[in-house]
Structures are given as structure tokens and as C-alpha cells.
Design a protein around this ligand. Structure first.
Ligand code: PLP
Length: 377
């Protein structure tokens, strides 16, 4: 069976985790948390970054930092994971779901502008499949309307827009190290703080509302409760595993990109024959080969095709049920404008197996099966 996704376990991870056991310092913000933080700051060219327990939690920290409250509106695409919206719903915001642009499945500046009202507090964009949104236009629109820009870059580590790393455009940006992402530590994430005025409170919110981070640095001689917050810092055990992954970032990204290109090269004739659609990332950025999707005719063909692949021992996966059609989405938000693409395109999209240890032969097998399937269609 070729799995859809498989986490890479670097050899060094065992030694690093043992080191944490020996040190006896298993809580957060010890040696490996510091190493990961520095690595990510250098790699993403950002000044402020905190490791978190997940991207979901980094998004929740964002909602707390922005002081989101009932009556506020937050704009995000309907085609995203629940966490993008849930973080703001938790603080009482109303979610305003927009449509997407069908090639990238990303939100656009025009869709954002049409959704802005005097109650709009923030826009949370998603770089789907690690492919950048059109940042120049989006930064302009959010700036001119005075609304905060948040990047849900759960899928986008290492991707760029016009040479700049993603995560550097929003006031705050959120990364994921979940098992299914390019770089993982099982469960984990990071909050990027590009607006330094959020620096102090972000440390407090992450440490149960206390100024323990200041105390650790020796800046104060005791710490106490300062503000509301939660426990958003990962164990150094998780950070030790994460560091072993970060050291192999180039290997992981390059291997994924090699397979991504293999899929594209092998399947392009099916696209040219009008049988399927393939990703076509815009030239204004570079992506990180997080997802390789194909688009089929409709949901019925997709179901049929998935079954065929499964019978031939290849796991494929569709993606989000649009949030505006979910139970919670209907309770906490509403769709603005016409659903021209969200429902239709999400029903056609299917993700192929992609992970750093997927072999050339396995990728070839997947492509041959696809060819066989469409030869009979
Ligand atoms: C994976 C993902 C998340 C959630 O990340 P966790 O680290 O699992 O909390 C949020 N948003 C998007 C777009 C994702 O792909």
C-alpha cells in the first residue's frame, strides 16, 4: 500500500530526544526550543517567533493578541481547515467566508475588499498547498482599510513571494508542525510576530498569562499573573524532534519537489487531453511542494477514481468541506458574495501521495494507475 503521507524520522532525532531525557528539562523553553526558534528566525528572516503546541494554538494566540471580541468580523476563505475560523469564533467574532480563485484555491485581494465592512477587524489568509497568495495586492487592500493581516501559513514553510519568505507579510503568521506537514514534530507550531508591539503580550499569553519568560531571562526577580492566556508552549521533547527535522529541511523540501515535478511531468499529457486539471502555481512565488492535487470532472468521478486507486493500494485524499456549509460555519459565520468556485472546485480536488520518502518507482506506479484509469474514461 502506498500511503498518502508518511512522516520522516531523522536518525539524529533519537539522540536529541535522549539528550532531553538526560538533562531532566522536559518542559518548554529549554535548549531545543531555543535552537528551533533561532533556526526558524534565521531561515524565515523574522525578528519575532515563538514555538507553540500547534498552528491552531498560534491562531488562538493571534485572536487574543488582536483582542477580538463579539461584534468583530474576521474574513477568511471558506476553503480552509476549521482552525483558521475556530480561533476567532472562540473569541466571539463572526466569520465572513469568501470564495477563492480556482487555480491556486487561494483568497484574493478583490474577494477580501468586497467582504470588508466597518466591523472587519482582521483578515486571515491561507496559502493553500504552500502556494503564495498574491501578497502585494492583499497587503495594499488590508493596509488601505486599516485591518490586520494574518497569515495561516500552516502549509507554507519555505515558500516565497517575490523572493520574500511567506510569514513575513502579516502582522502575525502561524506555522504548523503537525504530522502531515512538510516539517513536523507530531503536533506543534509557531507564531511569527512581525509587529513588535505584540512581542511582550505574546510571551505572556503563551505562559498562562504570566511573565515567566521575563523571569527566565533574569529581567525580573519573580513572576506573576499579568493577563489572560493559556499554555501554548511545547515540551522540549517535541522541540528536540523538531530540530532534527529542521536540520534536514533542505533534504525534505528537495525530495518533495522532485516527486511533485515527477507527477507534473508524467500527468501533463492527461491535462492536455482535457481529462484532468493540474496545479499551476503563479510565477510571482516559489512553493514548497506541500500538496500535489489533481482535479477531476466532479465529485462522482472523484469518488469512483478514489475507489479505483484504493483497490490498487494507493491512498489518495480529498480536502476541506467548505466551512460555510459546515454546521459550525453556519452558526459562527456566513458566506459573502457568490460561491462560484469554493464548492465546485473543492468537490473536484484530490490529493496524491506526497512525502519525502516516496520513491521514484512508487510515484511512477501512481502515475501509471492514473493513466490506466483515464485510458478507460
Ligand atoms: C494543518 C492546518 C492547520 C492546523 O494546524 P495544527 O498544527 O494541526 O493545529 C491550520 N490551518 C491550515 C490551513 C492547515 O493546513
Amino acid at each position: 500500500m502506498i500511503p498518502f503521507s508518511k512522516p520522516y524520522i531523522p536518525k539524529k532525532s533519537f539522540a536529541y530526544i535522549s539528550e532531553v531525557f538526560s538533562s531532566g528539562r522536559l518542559a518548554g523553553d529549554h535548549a531545543y526550543t531555543k535552537k528551533c526558534t533561532q533556526f526558524l528566525k534565521d531561515n524565515l528572516k523574522v525578528e519575532g517567533l515563538l514555538l507553540t503546541t500547534s498552528c491552531t494554538h498560534a491562531l488562538e494566540m493571534t485572536a487574543l493578541l488582536l483582542e477580538i471580541q463579539p461584534g468583530d468580523e474576521v474574513i477568511c476563505p471558506s476553503f480552509t481547515f476549521s482552525s483558521t475560523a475556530n480561533a476567532f469564533a472562540l473569541r466571539g467574532a463572526r466569520l465572513i467566508f469568501t470564495d477563492i480563485e480556482p487555480t491556486t484555491m487561494n483568497i484574493t485581494a478583490a474577494l477580501i475588499e468586497a467582504a470588508i465592512t466597518p466591523r472587519t477587524k482582521a483578515v486571515c489568509i491561507v496559502h493553500y498547498a504552500g502556494v503564495s497568495c498574491d501578497m502585494k495586492q492583499i497587503v495594499e487592500v488590508t493596509k488601505s482599510h486599516g485591518v490586520m493581516l494574518i497569515e495561516d501559513m500552516a502549509q507554507a514553510i519555505g515558500s516565497t513571494y517575490e523572493g520574500k519568505p511567506l510569514g513575513t507579510f502579516g502582522q502575525l503568521s502561524c506555522l504548523s508542525f503537525h504530522e502531515t506537514k512538510n516539517i513536523t514534530c507530531g503536533e506543534g507550531g509557531a507564531l511569527i510576530i512581525n509587529d513588535s508591539s505584540y512581542g511582550f503580550r505574546s510571551e505572556i499569553i503563551r505562559e498562562k498569562g504570566t511573565n515567566r519568560a521575563q523571569f527566565f531571562r533574569g529581567e525580573v526577580d519573580k513572576y506573576s499573573w499579568h493577563d489572560i492566556g493559556s499554555s501554548y508552549l511545547p515540551s522540549d521533547l517535541n522541540a528536540a524532534f523538531l530540530y532534527s527535522q529542521l536540520e534536514e529541511l533542505q533534504f525534505i523540501q528537495n525530495s518533495r519537489m522532485t516527486r511533485w515535478r515527477q507527477y507534473l511531468g508524467n500527468l501533463i499529457f492527461l491535462r492536455d487531453a482535457g481529462k484532468i486539471e493540474l496545479p499551476n502555481p503563479p510565477s510571482f512565488g516559489t512553493h514548497n511542494a506541500h500538496i500535489f492535487f489533481i482535479k477531476l470532472r466532479d465529485i462522482d468521478q472523484r469518488t469512483h477514481f478514489m475507489k479505483f486507486m484504493n483497490e490498487h493500494e494507493v491512498k489518495t485524499a480529498f480536502h476541506y468541506v467548505p466551512l460555510h456549509s459546515s454546521n459550525a460555519g453556519q452558526k459562527f459565520g456566513s458566506f459573502v458574495g457568490n460561491d462560484r468556485f469554493t464548492t465546485k472546485e473543492s468537490e473536484r480536488l484530490l490529493r496524491l501521495p506526497l512525502f519525502s520518502e516516496l520513491t521514484e518507482n512508487e510515484c511512477q506506479k501512481v502515475c501509471e494507475l492514473i493513466e490506466k484509469y483515464f485510458g478507460n474514461q
